[in-house]
Design a protein around this ligand. Structure first.
Ligand code: AHM
Ligand code: MG
Length: 336
């Protein structure tokens, strides 16, 4: 069978569904080209001198790795000149970056987590890039640029992630299902390897950092206890557990074989609203998961309906197989 490259896929998608307008196609191509550069840098590892700490901190109060900074720089530089964007926002930068004066401005806003799972960089475990695309709202010219980004996740026009693992994978939605591409390293192109990914509705596998158990809220404790009690407990079946600590890798496994991913609200992260970032992690992943037939919730409400109040807002995240996410939500509502 002839390989279908990303560009061909996007052009055919537009012909069939009106999905990716030329400027959105350009945007996706530029972002994914930058991801190829990040993939190459990661692949060189210690030989490229890219491992270890950068010696700086980000707006989240987290120590930055060299690859956090490098990936952010690669994405920023790649996206400033094409004329498709009005502004960019990154998990690594305090404020949004407007497109420099010398370049034309476009109709989209780009948000990204340049390197997700950065605690895994130095131990050679999969990491990734997550991105989300919004339209520029009508009133952006007059208002505070940060406000332009504060749109609920339902307004996303595209979202995707890459996983830099044994192979480099791109998973993309432009609102017409979820499609997977694999980087052909010899050719240097993303090739379509699966159309219309669907998440199994049921699962017997959960994904949570269990070392936080003593911080969890009662509904989460009860849910996990019930899973762990297996065939003898109220769920009547045994559960398996997986936790990579790279959201991209955990979500990708769930997209492939089902499961439920949870970073719930707990007493450690309550003051910030949760651990994961709404705009760079929860929203793009929720859009992808819903497009693949799954569900994404905070345990109390649908993630994509949240009206953001801050660019770096954090939220609890429960996503994956539809029936299991609904089960977790029932545990939360039962305690309300
Ligand atoms: P990062 O974007 O700074 O890498 O942080 C987000 C990561 C997620 O990828 C992952 O699910 C989570 O943080 C892991 O957290 P923990 O180290 O508490 O298990
Ligand atoms: Mg992240």
């Amino acid at each position: 069978m002839k390989p279908v490259f990303l560009t061909q896929f996007l052009i055919e998608e537009q012909r069939a569904n009106g999905g990716a307008a030329p400027d959105l196609r350009l945007l996706i191509e530029v972002v994914t080209r930058a991801c190829k550069r990040i993939s190459i840098a990661i692949g060189k590892g210690a030989l490229g001198g890219v491992l270890g700490e950068a010696g700086t901190g980000n707006i989240q109060g987290e120590a930055q790795k060299k690859l956090d900074v490098l990936s952010n720089d690669i994405l920023m530089q790649a996206n400033e000149w094409g004329g498709h964007l009005a502004a960019l926002a990154s998990e690594e930068m305090e404020h949004p970056q407007m497109i420099p004066e010398q370049y034309p401005k476009g109709g989209y806003l780009l948000l990204f987590d340049p390197l997700d799972g950065s605690s895994n960089i130095d131990v050679n475990i999969s990491v990734g890039t997550i991105f989300s695309v919004l339209r520029v709202p009508e009133d952006m010219k007059h208002g505070d640029p940060e406000k332009a980004f504060l749109q609920p996740g339902v307004k996303q026009v595209a979202a995707g992630y890459t996983v830099y693992g044994p192979s480099t994978i791109l998973v993309l939605t432009i609102g017409t299902g979820v499609h997977q591409f694999t980087l052909d390293r010899e050719i240097g192109s993303f090739v379509l390897t699966q159309r219309n990914l669907r998440i199994p509705e049921q699962t017997q596998e959960f994904s949570i950092n269990a070392s936080n158990a003593h911080y969890w809220e009662p509904p989460v404790k009860r849910y996990i206890d019930d899973c762990l009690s297996g065939t003898d407990g109220p769920r009547g079946k045994n559960f398996n557990m997986r936790w990579v600590a790279s959201m991209v890798a955990d979500v990708h496994r769930i997209l492939t074989r089902g499961g439920v991913f949870m970073y719930p609200l707990d007493s450690k992260t309550r003051a910030q609203g949760g651990k994961l970032r709404l705009m760079y992690e929860a929203n793009p992943m929720a859009f992808i998961v819903e497009q693949a037939g799954g569900a994404a919730s905070t345990g109390r409400e649908r993630i994509l309906d949240i009206q953001p109040t801050k660019l770096h807002q954090r939220v609890p995240v429960v996503l994956g197989s539809r029936e299991e996410v609904e089960t977790v939500a029932r545990y939360h509502h039962a305690e309300a």
